[in-house]
Write a protein of this length. Structure first.
Length: 190
């Protein structure tokens, strides 16, 4: 009993500190300093919540930019990578099928090179970004689907450039474009 009561008191103190006080303090700090991110970075249009800037959404309409493919079909519960290795025949076929779909939808030659991010899923399957090259590749399809003239097409190209984010902290990662925010701007352009 000499050991039990001090250990039990220490256990209760640690539970209160790490299970109650710490989570409340971190939540309060996040709400004060990073409010939008703490709420999930919600994106609204005309007063209606349409998504999160942190999560990709399935989009297959020819009038919009398409996101990266998702191994979990853009579901947050099942988000994950396919866990298929580079020697997997299933992965090879999946990528070939995606490439054929992209080339067909964008009226590209059968052997046209494609940006890797438009045919491969991200690790989470929910990456909201695509590369500027993947966005530029889709401009002709969107121009045709929306019936844009040459002036609107050039505005669409400028829209892609204006939504290109640089590497994080100036050196981490590659330039990228948030697809949901780009598609919202596209609707405003039209």
């Amino acid at each position: 009993m000499k050991i039990f009561f001090p250990c039990f008191r220490l256990f209760l103190i640690l539970v209160i500190l790490t299970g109650v006080i710490y989570p409340i303090a971190i939540t309060a700090f996040a709400q004060l300093v990073f409010h939008d991110q703490a709420e999930g970075s919600p994106v609204s249009f005309n007063g209606k919540l349409i998504g999160s800037a942190l999560l990709s959404q399935k989009t297959e309409s020819p009038k919009y930019f398409w996101p990266r493919p998702s191994a979990g079909d853009y579901a947050t519960v099942a988000s994950s990578a396919s866990n298929l290795g580079p020697s997997s025949d299933v992965l090879r076929k999946t990528i070939a099928d995606r490439a054929a779909k992209i080339r067909t939808a964008n009226k590209l030659p059968v052997d046209a090179p494609l940006p890797d991010d438009i045919i491969t899923a991200s690790a989470s399957g929910l990456d909201p970004h695509i590369s500027p090259a993947a966005a530029r590749m889709q401009i002709d399809r969107i121009t045709q689907a929306r019936g844009f003239n040459a002036d609107q097409r050039s505005k669409l190209g400028a829209l892609v450039e204006s939504h290109t984010e640089g590497p994080q902290l100036g050196f981490l990662g590659e330039p990228r474009i948030n697809v949901l925010l780009l598609n919202l701007a596209l609707d405003e352009l039209h």
